[in-house]
Design a protein around this ligand. Sequence first.
Ligand code: DHB
Length: 308
Amino acid sequence: MNNIDLGVEIGGIKFKNPVIPASGTFGIETSKLIDIDKLGAILPKSITYSPRVGNPTPRMAETDSGILNSVGIPSKGIKNFIEKDLRFYSQFNTPIIVSVFAFTLDEFKKNIEILNREKACSMIELNISCPNLGKQGKAFGMRPEDTYRIVKEIKSISDKPIIPKLTPNTNNIVEIARAAKEARADGVSLVNTFWGMAIDVETQRPKLANITGGLSGPAIKPIALRMVWQVYNNVDIPIIGIGGIVTWKDAVEYLLAGATSIQVGTANLSNPNHMIQIIDGIEKYLIRKNHSSVKDIIGKLQIKEEVQ
Ligand code: DHB
């Protein structure tokens, strides 16, 4: 036994380690493949107030070192989610983060009011950044003022910590994160997928029925990592780093850049055991580097001179 402390805390919620599945890459079936109680938190696919079927198919396309998707948030609706999924996940001894998507502020609020009553829900991730449901990739949180308004309204009615998930499809991620902080968000998830497209040259048609979609996977890691580092250096708010994390080294890069916690997404689609290997790998790294706590490396990127 060693005494490495992998625990982190965001918005008053304690996670036994920093590793969380990214929304849309984890479900009840994942619990048959890995030991859920080894994870920092449980985080299922975004849920909407009413049931939805999602976008037409094909919804996914492989690209070089990344996946493009336009699933369109199919959802059973929040009531069904609470009765079935939330009840199922509550058997585990792991905090549950519920990801919520809505088309309007009122719809967001209705979801929050329902989740306020659910003890099993520890925290809410606000999906204000899905690129697949507005026209031209438009999402709720592409401008600081919209981000501020929605987070502030939600915070005023929520009994749970609120973590908005921010879009990378903006020209100023720092301003958006600052708006979230000013609206009293408990943290920010950085980042959602990058708006992209792929074309089949034989059929001369888009590979996705929705034409465009969100890119995830190793292709986006250097850009998402830069965004985490920029926000860490400019805004005092806990960060959950997301984008192309497959190995423990990817995760450690995000922690050094300033993420308190990280999410694993695309890698789960091939094997959710990546998350367990990442937890083990972080622990071994901390031992090798003579650290006793994961907190010792958060934001500890070594830079000779201050560059920004
Ligand atoms: C979907 C939602 C997202 O937030 C995202 O980043 C990519 C895809 C979707 O369900 O279409």
